[in-house]
Design a protein around this ligand. Structure first.
Ligand code: B12
Length: 323
């Protein structure tokens, strides 16, 4: 038998939201896990098509991803948080590569952990015996689908969470809690008939609205792929050496982007547009020192060198075709 619930007027929904905003989150919404999160079976179709490339962990955790009750039995609310990371890109002369915005500052997993844990403790204190599970990116949670249901973000055709006030330049984090909070209304579509992201992706990775084939995505190839980058794609990589922002840069909603208030996400020196020859000549030691506490560590020195070589070859090809 489930525990008796307080009357709706006593549910502390708005005070939880206020506390989340005080902790620095830009948005906070609530969703009910009473209905399945992926009734259309999109995750399983995506995996069956092989769109996850070598990210085997996605397939291994699929049944938990589609069912939060497996992660936290008794879960009554999924709390979704968004945190803006946008900064203007510093200018760079030729000979520099480009890093995706999300990786310009300190690793967001570390930066957002503390406020997320504080919010989870706050939720745990609301009811005797309350339990929670917090996660940023790495937990088996379909963050964008929950963000959509919790009214925090629409899902754009580039598959990313999208808001009127921030565009898509924000991280998502979630807390599963056994505390019941009043659910928000789901977010409404913001893309309409626009297809700019599909048309502009340099490697045609967005194969239909909302569906990204990671095998073709520059972000996957430059960050997650530990092997060779398929030669038929490398020309499309341009000067991207870590991640890619093209499908966000062309999105008209990103005209409404605002500078982040989080100092830790602002660009470290030379991190937005690193000098290619530095990346090519860097020792293992230099790599670890320079990128300590940064998301760039994920590519490892081998990956960064491989990416820098491709960016350099692409810039030479551009130079010779311009002659
Ligand atoms: C694996 C992964 C990747 C992979 C795969 C990307 C992808 N589109 O799935 C790769 C390495 C390519 C990647 C790249 C990037 N990622 Co990533 N990634 C993830 C991760 C860990 C899992 C995503 C996942 O499960 N994908 C599988 C798909 C099928 O699942 P889903 O999108 O949740 O599925 C729902 C919808 O997409 C939709 N849907 C899916 N298929 C279909 C089909 C149809 C027909 C329809 C109608 C709907 C539909 O319905 C599904 C159920 O509701 C999430 C964190 C998380 N735990 O969710 C971060 C996450 C999505 N990534 C993030 C970021 C920032 C990026 C990059 C922008 C980084 C960069 N600049 O290089 C790029 C963006 C590339 C892109 N356009 O997707 C952020 C996005 C924040 C936001 N505003 O939305 C997240 C949420 C991490 C975070 N905590 O902030 N990523």
């Amino acid at each position: 038998m489930s525990a008796p619930q307080p009357p709706a007027t006593q549910i502390p929904t708005e005070s939880v939201r206020r506390f989340a905003l005080e902790l620095g989150f830009d948005a906070c919404g609530f969703a009910s896990p009473s209905a399945p999160i992926d009734p259309g079976g999109h995750l399983n179709s995506w995996l069956a098509a092989g769109f996850h490339a070598d990210m085997k962990w996605l397939a291994q955790t699929a049944s938990t991803r589609t069912d939060v009750h497996r992660k936290l039995p008794g879960v009554r609310t999924v709390v979704v948080l968004a945190r803006n990371y946008y900064s203007e890109r510093p200018d760079a002369p030729s000979g520099h590569g480009r890093v995706a915005r999300y990786a310009w500052g300190r690793d967001y997993h570390r930066v957002l952990r503390r406020p997320l844990i504080r919010l989870a403790r706050h939720l745990d204190a609301l009811e005797e015996g309350a339990k929670s599970y917090s996660s940023i990116d790495t937990g088996p949670i379909m963050e964008r689908a929950w963000a959509q249901r919790a009214g925090v973000a629409a899902i754009g055709k580039n598959s990313l969470g999208l808001r009127r006030d921030l565009g898509s330049w924000f991280f998502l984090a979630t807390i599963l809690t056994t505390v019941e909070l009043r659910p928000d209304k789901p977010a409404e579509d913001l893309c309409g008939t626009c297809t700019l992201c599909l048309e502009t992706c340099p490697t045609q990775a967005i194969i239909q609205p909302g569906v990204v084939d990671a095998r073709r995505c520059i972000s996957y190839q430059t960050i997650e792929n530990r092997g060779e980058i398929p030669p038929e794609l490398s020309g499309g990589h341009g000067d991207w050496v870590f991640g890619c922002d093209v499908c966000q840069e062309v999105c008209p909603w990103n005209r409404f982007a605002k500078e982040t208030t989080m100092q830790a996400f602002r660009p470290r020196p030379d991190q937005a547009n690193p000098v290619l020859s530095d990346l090519l000549e860097m020792s293992e030691d230099e790599f670890h020192k320079r990128f300590a506490g940064s998301p760039l560590r994920r590519a490892k020195l081998h990956g960064m060198r491989r990416n820098a070589q491709i960016a350099q070859a692409n810039s030479k090809n551009r130079g010779s075709s311009a002659k």
